[in-house]
Structures are given as structure tokens and as C-alpha cells.
Design a protein around this ligand. Structure first.
Ligand SMILES: [Zn+2]
Length: 245
């Protein structure tokens, strides 16, 4: 088993919340009489991030939905207003034929903004790299995500004055100096390996053992990077603030 495979041998289930507003948490309800085609949505607002209700401020535009040449229902689009911040979204619901009261949420725009918040204790030049990784993840740019995480970890090595050279040796150097512990060293190496996978195309694209960096791996690398920063930057700064002396 090579390093890259070993890296993801045990992959925890990450439930990373990468969005300020998770885009699929809306619920739809039909309003008024069935023939009015009015509906409301409720869920997290992509503008103000609050749990809110969205009411129609325009009439609905309905389009028939076909399956195997027969109409199975219609999708309705309307502009809706957040009752918390009064900003607008475009929402769509589906109403099946034969059930005038049924109304199912389909999608809405905007989806929300990427949550690229990172602790201020992380030095700025490193933090911006990590924030870029989070924004890459928001648009499912998984290879770019892990590459930016790797870059942020390498910037951390430079911050601690690791001798310039390959990242693998820089990480080992930090551990040898006692700057990072063994678990942190392992974590940094995983980010490095993930970044390498994202940065380099496989020599043999038909190799069955190739790891493709998808959402799970990208989320894992983000969490490893976040944990690494938590230990090397965030915790030391917080300890300085609260000495209890
Ligand atoms: Zn709102």
C-alpha cells in the first residue's frame, strides 16, 4: 500500500459545514386555493443566514414536466422575499398531477455564500490560502481545494523557519525540533499527500487503484488542515491570553 492509499485508510465521516447556508434545507408549502399556484418556502436564508420564511412577491411561472412523453406535473418558479431580511430569492417547487395540494421544494437561488471563515490567530498570509481552499470547496473544485490546503501547510512550515526544500522534509524537521507533535506531523503529512494527489495527474489514468479527490477526500483534507492550525496557531495564542496568574 503506497503512502497515498494509506493516507485515507481510515477516513472519518466528516460533516463539515462549509456553507453559510446549506443550499438544500428548504421546505415548500402550498398557499391559498390549489388553482392559485401560490406557495411559500421556509429554511435558511442565503442572504442573512437566518431560519426564515419566504413569501411570493410575484406570480408563479409554471412549466410542465414530462416523463416518457406524458405530463407528470409542473414546476413553478417565483420570486420570494425573506421575511427576516426582506431580500429576494428565486424559488422553484414541483406540483404533481393528481394531487392539487402537493408541493415539493425543487431549488432556489442564490444558494448562499461559501463559509470561508478561519480563525484570526492563523497568520494572515497562511489564513488567506486556507480561505481560498474553502472557497474552492464550495464550487466543488476538489483538486484545487487540497492543493490550497497543502500550500497553507507549507506556508506554516516557512513561518516556523523550516529549512527550504521539499515539504516532506520540512514537516519532519518541525517534528524533530519539537515544534509539532507526532500526531500533528502525521496530520501535516496527510494534507501534503492529499495536496500531491490533487496537484499531479496519475501516470496511468486506467490504474484501478487511483484515488480521485472527490468531496469526501477534499473535506477530510480541510479538516486535517483545520486541526493542524488549531494546534499550531490557535491554541498557543489562546493560552497566552489566559494565563490565570
Ligand atoms: Zn434573509
Amino acid at each position: 500500500m503506497n503512502d497515498a492509499l494509506r493516507m485515507f485508510e481510515i477516513l472519518p465521516q466528516f460533516a463539515a459545514v462549509l456553507w453559510k447556508a446549506w443550499p438544500k434545507d428548504m421546505e415548500a408549502a402550498r398557499l391559498g386555493q390549489p388553482n392559485e399556484n401560490r406557495f411559500s418556502l421556509s429554511g435558511t436564508c442565503p442572504h442573512c443566514s437566518r431560519a426564515s420564511a419566504f413569501l411570493m412577491v410575484t406570480g408563479a411561472h409554471a412549466e410542465e414536466v414530462f416523463e416518457r412523453a406524458s405530463c407528470i406535473g409542473y414546476t413553478s418558479w417565483a420570486v420570494l422575499q425573506c421575511q427576516a431580511c426582506k431580500k429576494f430569492i428565486l424559488g422553484a417547487t414541483f406540483g404533481p398531477n393528481g394531487d392539487a395540494n402537493a408541493c415539493r421544494y425543487v431549488e432556489h437561488y442564490p444558494l448562499g455564500r461559501p463559509n470561508d471563515e478561519a480563525p484570526l490567530e492563523i497568520p494572515e498570509n497562511i489564513r488567506v490560502d486556507f480561505q481560498e481552499a474553502l472557497r474552492c470547496r464550495f464550487v466543488d473544485a476538489h483538486n484545487a481545494t487540497v492543493e490550497m490546503c497543502r500550500r497553507a501547510v507549507q506556508a506554516s512550515c516557512n513561518y516556523f523557519n523550516a529549512p527550504s526544500g521539499k515539504l516532506v522534509h520540512q514537516i519532519d524537521w518541525l517534528a524533530a525540533q519539537g515544534i509539532i507533535t507526532t500526531p500533528l506531523k502525521d496530520m501535516a503529512h496527510r494534507v501534503r499527500l492529499g495536496g500531491n494527489l490533487g496537484a499531479h495527474p496519475p501516470e496511468d489514468p486506467d490504474d484501478q487503484n487511483i484515488i480521485t479527490i472527490g468531496s469526501r477526500y477534499a473535506d477530510a483534507v480541510i479538516e486535517f488542515t483545520r486541526d493542524f492550525f488549531q494546534h499550531v496557531f490557535v491554541m498557543p495564542e489562546r493560552l497566552k491570553k489566559f494565563t490565570f496568574r
